[in-house]
Ligand binder design. Structure first.
Ligand code: UT7
Length: 325
């Protein structure tokens, strides 16, 4: 049986840092309020003229180098983003050009907002398991600073920009099941009836621009906890694992209070959860691969662990995945 294994991970943040104190000069807010309600201390945003495909390509180069392969071996690029550089071509095509991979088999974007990385990972896993890809590059990148309303204090304090990338490779496991590593299970969900709780005020085919983020914060808060914990339970059941077999949980980094509530609901020790929201804020589709890279660098993610990812975002979309490393 072919399985998708994680070969390399990388991430890239813009160099411009906006602290809570910087924001307090722009809107009626304070460092104390933001830290207390969200855990966020700062976020990174693109400099004028910087483009998201460049950030994504930097993250991808690191992931490819860590995977120990050449960019030419990549035959699939999936970019999860809600803030594409252009309406078309896809950001995946622009990343492909920057990597110089040549004619890779397929390159496309997907939009599942903050759940985008879990969706993209699951799609790449299916390509690999069905023999359509040998080496897949999965990227989560977003420039949320371009679609927040900088006059709305209830949303502009939450988001940041960034990119994270992961290289998946096909590996055949013929004999010992216990040695099997890679993507074990994934579950994806969407409920369009909830679309209004987190949306943009426009779009290319309506207002001819992206619009800005409009959010019912309390509703998103409640649903995030409910959907992420439910998705983890469902994916664990699909994988035949119990909660106490989770070694590391990487939830979408939306708000420290949401993360803590998810861990609590699952009965999981918070020390098993990666929390980067204080340093990088909510970078939408990029939070999970950025947090994974952070976990590797800090020695939190090690061999023979069960890593569980979960996310919830606009759509409303949500999902979870179990990966054995
Ligand atoms: O990927 C998903 C993306 N979205 C999210 O993760 C958001 C989920 N929701 C949340 O994280 C929280 O709902 C927020 C952090 C957005 C808001 O926290 P809250 O505890 O739900 O506050 P609230 O909306 O109930 O507002 C309480 C007060 C209000 O003032 P009044 O009406 O009580 O006078 C707000 O106007 O806090 C005020 N407020 C602020 N004050 C200072 C809202 N934003 C701010 C702010 N600074 N930035």
């Amino acid at each position: 049986m072919i399985n998708s294994i994680i070969l390399g991970v990388g991430s890239k943040l813009p160099s411009k840092c906006l602290t809570n104190d910087c924001l307090a000069k722009m809107v009626d807010t304070s460092d104390e309020w933001i830290v207390q309600r969200t855990g966020i201390r700062q976020r990174y945003v693109l400099e004028p003229g910087q483009v998201i495909s460049a950030l994504a390509a930097e993250a991808a180069k690191t992931a490819i180098s860590n995977a120990g392969i050449s960019a030419h071996e990549i035959d699939l690029i999936i970019v999860a983003t809600t803030t594409p550089e252009k309406t078309f071509p896809s950001t995946a095509a622009l990343v492909q050009e920057k990597l110089g991979t040549g004619n890779c088999a397929a390159a496309f974007d997907i939009n599942a907002v903050c759940s985008g990385f879990v969706y993209a990972l699951s799609i790449a896993d299916s390509f690999i398991k069905t023999g359509q890809s040998q080496y897949a590059l999965v990227i989560g990148c977003d420039a949320m600073s371009k679609i927040v309303d900088w006059n709305d204090r209830s949303t502009c304090v939450l988001f940041g920009d960034g990119a994270g990338a992961m290289v998946l490779g096909a590996k055949r496991f013929d004999t010992d099941e216990s040695e099997k590593v890679g993507v074990v299970a994934a579950r994806l969900f969407c409920d369009g009836k909830l679309s209004k709780i987190l949306e943009t005020s426009g779009g290319t085919s309506t207002t001819c621009n992206s619009g800005v983020i409009v959010m019912n914060g309390r509703e998103v808060f409640k649903r995030s906890i409910e959907k992420m914990s439910m998705a983890v339970q469902m994916v664990l059941s699909k994988a035949g694992l119990a909660t106490d077999q989770i070694d590391v949980l990487i939830p979408h980094q939306a708000n420290a209070r949401i993360l803590n509530a998810v861990a609590e609901r699952l009965g999981l020790d918070k020390s098993k959860m990666i929390d980067t929201v204080g340093d990088f804020a909510n970078t939408s589709a990029a939070t999970i691969p950025i947090a994974w890279d952070y976990g590797l660098k800090k020695g939190i993610i090690r061999k023979n662990q069960n890593i569980v990812l979960t996310a919830m975002g606009g759509g409303v979309t949500w999902g979870a995945a179990v990966i054995r490393v």
